[in-house]
Design a protein around this ligand. Structure first.
Ligand SMILES: NC(=[NH2+])NCCC[C@H](N)C(=O)O
Length: 408
């Protein structure tokens, strides 16, 4: 079996990548929330329990769960050089302001006997006052009272976004916000050096120019990708990915549908607008304006090596029916009720993760949407969500499928 294989959104899930939220959540303060893309401060202990319930749903359903922190530390344990290289890169990309602090950080991280503890420390953020022999050495130390030597990365539990499994390859995403950019250091090290994951085809790179995030990338089937043109994903990034998918690497993908969605946090990614729950059923954002502007990208029929772009303006169901070749049903979050829909959309009611066709993981708090799904014959696995939902992402955002079975 290949170590990466995802040719749909709904094929039976066999292996998934998660990150169990850690101390990075305890380094959130009201002052940092907006910049670190949170709306509230989750209580870590309960967030971890909720996350464990999430991972148990996978295990109970035959899905192999792997954790980001384990893959990274297994990779780094292979060689001291690699570990040092990772530490250096982490410090460089954390925008540490002076050399004295850089040396202290490097010593501190090298002082961990346990590589996984060291990795978790880079994720949680390092406070200046936890560095050994912290004393004021430089002008910055005297005057700058910012508490962190390196910022926490609270969004790491949204493993959907930093890289995306596409077929048997990946897109190593370039994150839109500075605060999420270092997250791809972890996936980068895995896909460069982990024995099972190294040397996979890369359709995008973290140092490419324009941003693209995994929440915007949906694998509709083995020939079609849907990608949101959002606040976070730039059209030029989609064009680069298209060139790589169509020409540079032989892949099965022939069409990319670029969905032009509103450029605002309320429509953060395409997977907050719709997710697939069955062959013919999708959830839908409660207040998206229709028709959609969608751009079809294909190999140019006459100009070798170029991408042909065709604009289509249609409703979402018309678009999906045309490309999937069968009728589809869109199920609006909250059933369209003015109050319920906004409330449940706020808690990612439309953001489901399929374990198999017609079987999805959802947040328990979105009980109205969940009931509608059940009424439509969908099997739902509910997970507790009072803390996890404060990061504004649902089950799809918190998971990156590595292997799905092909659809029949
Ligand atoms: N695929 C998703 N919709 N991810 C949601 C990520 C939420 C996260 N707080 C952010 O703003 O980046």
């Amino acid at each position: 079996m290949k170590s990466l294989h995802v040719k749909s959104e709904i094929g039976r899930l066999k292996k998934v990548l998660l990150h169990r939220p850690g101390k990075e959540l305890e380094n959130l303060t009201p002052q940092l929330l907006e910049r670190l893309l949170f709306d509230d401060i989750p209580w870590l202990e309960l967030a971890q329990k909720e996350h464990d319930a999430f991972s148990n749903v996978f295990r109970d359903n035959g899905v192999d769960v792997v954790y980001l922190e384990d893959l990274v530390s297994d990779t780094l344990k292979q060689s001291d050089t690699l570990k040092q290289q990772f530490i250096n890169q982490f410090i460089n990309e954390s925008h540490v302001v002076n050399d004295a602090l850089k040396y202290r950080l490097s010593d501190y991280l090298n002082g961990f006997n346990d590589t996984k503890e060291m990795v978790l420390k880079t994720m949680s953020g390092i406070r200046k006052n936890e560095l050994p022999s912290f004393e004021k050495l430089t002008l910055t130390d005297y005057i700058d009272d910012y508490p962190f030597a390196t910022d926490p990365m609270p969004n790491l539990y949204f493993t959907r976004d930093p890289f995306s499994t596409i077929g048997n390859g990946i897109s190593m995403n370039k994150m839109f916000t500075e605060t999420r950019r270092r997250e791809t250091l972890y996936s980068d090290i895995i896909f460069k050096h982990h024995n099972e994951y190294k040397d996979k085809k890369r359709y995008y790179n973290r140092d490419d120019l324009m941003s693209i995030e995994g929440g915007d990338i949906l694998v509709l089937n083995e020939t079609i990708l849907a990608i949101g043109v959002s606040q976070r994903t730039h059209p030029a990034a989609i064009e680069t990915l298209a060139m790589n998918v169509f020409y540079k690497y032989g892949t099965s993908f022939e069409t990319i549908l670029a969905f032009d969605i509103p450029k605002s946090r309320a429509f953060m990614h395409l997977d907050t607008v719709f997710t697939q729950i069955d062959y013919d059923k999708f959830t839908l954002h409660n207040s998206i304006d229709q028709p959609f502007k969608v751009y079809e990208l294909t190999k140019h029929p006459s100009k070798q090596g170029e991408v042909k772009v065709t604009q289509i303006v249609k409703t979402l169901d018309q678009i999906l029916e045309h490309y999937l070749n069968h009728p589809v049903m869109l199920i609006p979050c909250g059933g369209g009720d003015q109050i319920i829909s906004f409330r449940e959309q706020w808690n990612d009611g439309a953001n489901t993760l399929a374990l198999a066709p017609g079987e999805v993981i959802v947040y328990s708090r979105n009980h109205v949407t969940n009931k509608i799904l059940t009424d439509h014959g969908i099997k739902i696995h509910t997970i507790p969500s009072s803390e996890l939902s404060r990061g504004r992402g649902g089950p799809r955002c918190m998971s990156m499928p590595l292997i799905r079975e092909d659809l029949k």
